[in-house]
Design a protein. Structure first.
Length: 254
């Protein structure tokens, strides 16, 4: 018996963004678009691409040219994920940047759970160097594909295909009723989190908890703390209220 999976659009899959940062080869955009469309994903965002969508893009897209041609182009990762409540960056495991990690299957399941409520983003870095530490710190989680450690070379399209597959499988399992309905937490979008981090940094600068010379030493650890705990919208509003009350209690300098 032959099984046929249809490519029917759903709100959940439509809420999944695939973001490519600094892509340098136009063919990789086409190959990534093809990998996405096969798995039912259609929203592609290009951050500061070093190439254009051209004939090679469309050739390697092989029927998914619409995904590549409709890709939104932005200058910064902040702009690309500003409306997203969940951002996951594809990364090799790092000893220098400890961050909450997901396995690919966990990543797929979390995306489908949270895509019911709003936009979510899967972020891929440059072909040679991946995502910078600063870009990775804008993600709630990192996801690492557990490839053969003796030969772990995955090209960009392969990585997009692997993680898009896990998202699709999680969606199919949900359609089959294998996952319980998620708890309806409401998480802040990326732009709201960034406003909180700015508020937090300004406040602890005023209290002299951190130094103006090296604020990132502490702020990077605080970002990691809040990424791990993932405060909900009401909790974030409460934290900002606390920061505001602290600011009001600080004597103004004459």
């Amino acid at each position: 018996m032959r099984l046929i999976f249809t490519m029917t659009k759903t709100a959940m899959l439509d809420n999944v963004k695939v973001i490519l940062v600094g892509t340098s080869h136009s063919g990789n955009i086409g190959s990534a678009a093809r990998a996405m469309k096969v798995m039912g994903l259609t929203e592609l965002v290009l951050v500061a691409p070093q190439c254009q969508v051209d004939e090679q893009t469309l050739s390697l897209a092989s029927g998914a040219g619409d995904v590549a041609e409709n890709a939104r182009i932005v200058e910064t990762l902040d702009e690309a994920v500003s409306d997203c409540a969940l951002v996951v960056g594809s990364s090799a495991r790092s000893r220098t940047l400890e961050w909450p990690m997901l396995e690919p299957r966990e990543c797929g399941e979390k995306f489908i759970q949270e895509a019911e409520k709003g936009k979510v983003a899967l972020v891929f870095g440059r072909e040679r160097t991946g995502l910078t530490n600063e870009e990775l710190q804008k993600c709630h989680y990192h996801v690492c594909i557990p490839a053969n450690p003796e030969y772990s070379s995955l090209n960009l399209a392969m990585a997009v295909q692997t993680l898009s597959y896990e998202i699709r499988m999680a969606w199919l399992n949900k359609q089959a009723g294998q996952y319980p309905e998620p708890i309806a937490e409401e998480y802040p979008r990326h732009k709201e989190l960034e406003l909180f981090y700015q508020h937090l940094e300004n406040t602890i600068l005023k209290t002299q908890f951190i130094s103006k010379d090296k604020p990132n030493l502490v702020m990077n650890k605080l970002r990691r703390l809040f990424s791990r705990s993932r405060p909900e919208v009401q909790e974030l509003n409460m934290l900002r209220g606390i920061l505001t009350s602290i600011e009001k209690s600080i004597p103004e300098k004459k």
